[in-house]
Design a protein around this ligand. Structure first.
Ligand code: BT5
Length: 263
């Protein structure tokens, strides 16, 4: 397809300011992690909705200090600063996943889904990871940096052999080039949409509907060991309810879920 010959447009500060105005934006061609910059900015009273964007992250991270790969010219890496109430804190990662799901849907991607707790997948392959990190002063919640990484045209072979089998790119699925600045502007529109609904039942119910593993047999790696069973439900605070074969119900707050391989 001739689309692939379209030139890659580089992310630039000027273009982002033009496209995203009047939203406050800090752009870095290279940064350690956008979440670090956003958490610092948050403590300096950044306005709600302010966003940190990077072309490349040198130490992008996932949960539990895992690496998140963001090579140059190939992805979206952003952190949006939000000021949710403590009670709606669990919905912040839900809103990130919903915004990316809506973006993909808008682009014409049919087979997107949210894999509990925070991945957006296409055809079972990870296209996006989400990492909300909160800043506290004692017991007071100062705010949240909602970190979002979206693969646009990452060459997985060069970053990690594992990802070649588990991850995908927006451009691979669409079979055409996309402009990352335009993608970012669309994504931030959806983030604003869902931020307005923080704390609402509609946000939770929509997130729940888009989860890929409801009713499926799964294995979940948790800090307390592996739990196996079927996914019965999710709670408003994001906990996953898994029922084991012996009928025991497990409420799981954090973990990694995979489809159970029948022995
Ligand atoms: C996540 O963690 O998926 C959260 C990723 C959040 C990244 C954003 S980018 C902007 C902001 N700044 C940051 O520093 N972070 C946020 P988790 O569910 O723990 O998944 C991490 C795992 O995903 C790794 O152990 C790899 O197996 C895999 N992985 C790493 N890079 C990937 C990529 N580019 N695409 C798909 N999978 C990846």
């Amino acid at each position: 397809m001739c689309f692939w010959r379209k030139k890659i447009v580089t992310l630039t500060e000027e273009r982002l300011h033009t496209l995203l105005s009047p939203r406050p934006v800090r752009f870095f061609p290279q940064v350690s992690s956008t979440n670090d910059v956003a958490l610092e900015w948050l403590r300096e009273d950044a306005p709600s909705g302010a966003v940190v964007v990077a072309d490349e992250q040198l130490h992008g991270r996932g949960r539990l200090k895992r690496i998140w790969h963001t090579p140059p010219d190939s992805a979206l890496a952003l952190s949006v600063i939000l000021y949710p109430s403590i009670s709606s804190l669990p919905q912040v990662s839900m809103l990130g996943a919903l915004a990316v799901y809506d973006l993909l849907h808008d682009l014409g991607v049919q087979k997107a889904g949210i894999k509990w707790p925070n991945d957006v997948q296409i055809n079972g392959l990870k296209v996006c990871g989400i990492l909300p990190e909160a800043a506290w002063q004692g017991e007071t919640l100062l705010g949240v940096a909602l970190g979002i990484g979206v693969n646009v045209r990452v060459d997985f072979e060069t970053v990690s052999a594992e990802l070649a089998d588990t991850a995908t790119n927006v451009e691979t699925v669409l079979d055409r080039r996309v402009d990352r600045s335009e993608l970012l502007a669309m994504l931030l529109g959806y983030i604003d949409f869902w931020t307005d609904k923080l704390g609402s039942d509609v946000l939770f119910q929509t997130w729940k509907q888009r989860l890929t593993m409801m009713g499926r047999q799964v294995a979940v790696t948790t800090p307390d060991g592996e739990k196996q069973g079927f996914v019965d439900n999710v709670l408003k605070d994001g906990q996953l309810i898994v029922i084991s074969d012996d009928g025991t119900s497990h409420e799981i707050l954090a973990g990694d879920v995979s489809l159970r391989v029948e022995g």
